[in-house]
Design a protein around this ligand. Structure first.
Ligand code: FES
Length: 153
């Protein structure tokens, strides 16, 4: 017998399918793995809030050791495209070198998601731009880590 929660989730999935979302998008949206922050003592790259042209915002956090991304997480406005793109992208970069993460484009994220509705393809761009900002923050401080406590709150 199905619980009320399972029935509600199946209803939500059906509605999202009808709205044109892929199974991958629906899964990231309903069960994001990387939603949240990284403790500031562990965080090596913080994009800060970035707002895209549509007015939605995102922030990405990175934990990087020896040039390899160990952990990535995000917080974002409630937009299905942005949450699913950020969740997919933060999964994709885990275990990658910083240079490999930098090379990822919105198209790679859209492919990973099995597509996004045309009106939400820009959400993937928001995620890749925000990731680049988090990497830029890492690169700014990793040469001179002693500056971080002085310049960041
Ligand atoms: Fe603009 Fe998703 S980021 S609608």
């Amino acid at each position: 017998m199905s619980s009320e929660k399972e029935i509600n989730e199946e209803e939500a999935r059906e509605n999202l399918r009808k709205a044109g979302y892929s199974e991958q998008v629906i899964e990231h949206w309903l069960h994001p793995k990387n939603l949240g922050t990284i403790d500031k003592n562990e965080c090596d790259g913080d994009s800060g809030w970035y707002t895209g042209p549509c007015g939605d915002s995102m922030r990405i956090f990175l934990k990087i050791r020896n040039g390899v991304i160990q952990q990535a997480s995000f917080i974002s406005d409630i937009c299905i495209g942005a949450v699913s793109a950020a969740d997919a992208l933060t999964e994709m970069v885990r275990g990658k070198k910083v240079s490999e993460a930098l090379a990822l484009k919105a198209e790679n994220v859209i492919k990973e998601l099995g597509g996004l509705p045309a009106q939400e393809e820009h959400c993937a761009k928001l995620a890749t731009i925000t990731l680049k900002k988090a990497i830029a923050d890492y690169e700014k401080y990793h040469q001179c880590p002693w500056k971080k406590p002085y310049e960041k709150k």
